[in-house]
Design a protein around this ligand. Structure first.
Ligand code: CA
Length: 239
């Protein structure tokens, strides 16, 4: 079971420390960013469960981040909680108009913030109607239904050919591990095929293009020169 992941964008170190502490004590995983640029880099690859956004930031506005999140295909449904400064009624109204789901006004009690975040998580999980437990081993961001010949990346269905789906499935079954071209050929085309390494490369290329259509800044497939391919278990944006 993965812990719910909260992405926090807040430039005030004291507030951030309190919030991170309270959320982690509540059993949530937190990634904290100080800058808009860092948060956008995180969002390019990661799929947090809730985004907590301060508004006034050194390199931009949380309102713009909220607008971008809502406009993106990848995060259109990501629950957003705004942290609005005391008395900034306008920010709060604009935030809600931009699609923020909730807000708390500074100064707020950590307990209240945790309760709001939990509320958003609950709402999101009832809406997502429980992805199956057998998908636990698959890298974050993907779902795979081999029988149904269907895969999704960041919540979007991939229109894959049979071979592309086979390659993706083979990579997802070995998250973070390099699969040689030979292993991929055997798994997807079978031993008797007259396909070559070049065939694998061609299909990886089209598969990768379809993934990048959904997340232009994030390529989850890594090429290991001379060795093969791997699918990352962690988003490259982290750490
Ligand atoms: Ca601030």
């Amino acid at each position: 079971m993965q812990l719910p992941h909260i992405l926090l964008l807040e430039d005030d170190p004291a507030i951030a420390r309190t919030v991170v502490y309270a959320l982690e004590r509540a059993g949530l995983r937190v990634t904290h960013c100080l800058l808009v640029a860092d948060a956008l880099r995180q969002l390019a690859c990661a799929s947090p469960d809730v985004l907590v956004l301060d508004i006034g930031l050194p390199d931009g506005s949380g309102l713009d981040v909220c607008r971008q999140v809502r406009a993106s295909a990848q995060h259109a449904h990501l629950p957003v909680l705004m942290l609005s400064a005391h008395g900034e009624e306008v920010d709060r109204v604009v935030g809600l108009e931009l699609g923020a789901d909730d807000y708390v006004t500074k100064p707020f009690s950590p307990r209240e913030l945790v309760a709001r975040v939990r509320g958003l998580l609950r709402r999101a999980s009832t809406m997502a109607a429980a992805p199956a437990a057998h998908q636990a081993a698959i890298p974050a961001g993907f779902t795979l239904d081999v029988e149904g010949q269907r895969a999704t990346w960041q919540g979007q269905t991939l229109a894959l050919t049979r071979r592309e789906l086979g390659l993706l499935a083979e990579l997802l079954r070995h998250p973070g591990r390099i699969r040689s071209r030979e292993a991929l050929l055997n798994a997807v085309w079978g031993n008797a095929s007259e396909s070559t390494d070049r065939t694998v490369d061609t299909h990886i290329k089209t598969l990768r293009a379809k993934l990048l259509q959904i997340t232009p800044a994030c390529d989850p497939i890594t090429t290991h020169r001379g060795l093969g391919y791997a699918i990352s278990t962690e988003s490259p944006a982290q750490g």
